[in-house]
Ligand binder design. Structure first.
Ligand code: FAD
Length: 413
């Protein structure tokens, strides 16, 4: 295979979210030449942060990372000082009407991290080009050319789109913008970061659960937990309880043309009847939130994967997608990043197999066709499950039939 660099084939990853960064480490660890292009101006361009629980795919993720990066995982953990026991490694779900515990989903070995801090940990040692928003990909026998919105371009031999839920690369590989378009869920999703500066208020969150808790069965789903206990630096000590940063989320039915943020979002949430109807502490956390807190409300969207287009769309097996780009799902049961980890691992294995076959074109076609077929099938199942899960979460009679109640957070796709 002719390489754009003349030496080892170069892999371009579009998107420096967690999936793109993880895929880059996996590829680099296996000797590939990798560059990441991201449309944001820099890594801290947006103040938004949220927590992600690493559970069934955590061992796969750790195996993909070089030891020096894997060793820094505690920096990303919301409360790394916590004594992790069976209770800390579970997610309690409370009854939204009565406030009573309905069930606790066990997640043995799980760790809840913040996206921003995990991103900072994973970004170390990688070649990331910021301010590069992908527009198009062209290709010929000699290689691929990525064109960016700033008018620049870059060469690569393989391109993998890790460009999130509204993926540009998904459009390209599906080959039909209509088929690649995500579906609005009719569910609004709020995420907020709260610094109460008050030990009693933080304690109310921690008393619900030391990591995170959820509430379901009424006309809104609530969630809350601890976001940061320290400043995230190496070996940082925990702050006083009053100064811990907490988070909350809320999901409810509604439509929104565009995201509502900041003060406007907080005012809307504080005045909403469905917020007030949540049982304590979920309703109180919203009420207590300082008006200048980071808060976003958006409509959740999903996309049930369909088979990708032919050789023209995938540049004959040289372009594909991973992570939310491939299967944007609703946040129920925290499966999105677990599947992204599996995708990244599968992608690295496919490229290794192609390299082992001396870049043989037939092997490339076969390996990438298998990769694409698997991600479409697994992704479609996981996305569909997330949509079904959402539909059951607002009715207290149906919550017990949710996968979360019956099978917990275990792998189901
Ligand atoms: C509140 C919340 C809670 C969640 N909880 C969990 C959980 O508990 N467990 C779990 O497994 N998953 C969870 N998820 C899902 C998880 O966050 C995602 O699956 C994960 O972050 C992987 O995202 P990604 O890297 O694929 O995409 P993203 O994080 O969206 O990253 C995409 C990147 O691509 C860049 N980009 C976009 N378009 C372009 C372009 N055209 N050109 C260049 N760059 C581009 C963006 O700037 C961004 O940096 C949760 C999600 C949310 C919102």
């Amino acid at each position: 295979m002719t390489s754009s660099t003349g030496t080892s084939p170069k892999v371009a990853i579009v998107g420096a979210g967690l999936t793109g960064l993880l895929a880059a480490h996996g590829l680099k660890k296996n000797g590939f030449d990798v560059v990441i292009y991201d449309g944001e101006a820099h890594i801290d361009a947006r103040p938004r942060d949220w927590t992600i629980v690493l559970h069934w795919a955590l061992p796969v993720m750790l195996a993909m990372l070089p030891d020096n990066v894997a060793a820094k995982l505690p920096r990303a953990i919301c409360n790394p000082d916590l004594e992790f026991d069976a209770n800390a490694e579970s997610l309690p779900v409370f009854n939204g009407v009565t406030g009573d515990l309905m069930f606790a989903s066990p997640m043995p070995g799980s760790r809840r991290i913040t996206r921003q801090r995990m991103r900072a940990v994973l970004a170390e040692g990688l070649d990331i080009q910021w301010g590069k928003r992908l527009q198009s990909i062209a290709g010929d026998e000699a290689g691929l050319t990525l064109a960016f919105e700033d008018g620049t371009s870059a060469a690569a031999d393989f391109v993998v789109g890790a460009d999130g839920a509204n993926s540009r690369v998904r459009n390209i590989v599906v080959g039909d913008a209509e088929k690649a378009r995500s579906t609005p869920s009719g569910l609004l999703f709020a995420t907020a970061i709260a610094n109460y500066g008050d030990a009693a208020k933080v304690k109310a969150v921690v008393d619900a659960h030391p990591v995170a808790a959820a509430m379901m069965g009424t006309d809104a789903v609530g969630g809350c937990g601890v976001l940061y206990v320290n400043d995230g630096s190496e070996g940082a000590k925990a702050r006083e309880l009053a100064d811990w940063t907490t988070f909350w989320i809320k999901i409810w039915q509604g439509k929104l043309e565009k995201a509502v943020v900041g003060r406007e979002a907080i005012a809307l949430l504080k005045n909403s009847d469905s917020s007030k109807r949540l049982a304590p502490p979920f309703n109180l956390q919203i009420e207590w939130t300082p008006d200048d807190s980071v808060c976003y409300i958006d409509e959740m969207k999903y996309w049930v994967p369909v088979p990708f287009g032919g050789p023209e769309a995938t540049q004959d097996g040289r372009v594909t997608v991973v992570g939310d780009a491939a299967h944007p799902m609703l946040v129920y049961r925290g499966q999105g990043f677990q599947h992204a980890i599996v995708d990244a691992d599968n992608y690295v294995k496919a490229l290794v197999a192609i390299r082992d076959a001396n870049w043989d074109v037939d092997v490339r076609r076969r390996e990438m066709a298998a990769y694409n077929a698997e991600i479409v099938e697994r992704g479609a199942k996981a996305v569909t499950q997330s949509v079904q899960e959402a539909a059951l979460s607002f009715d207290v009679e149906k919550v017990s039939t949710m996968l979360m109640a019956r099978q917990g957070h275990g792998r189901s796709a």
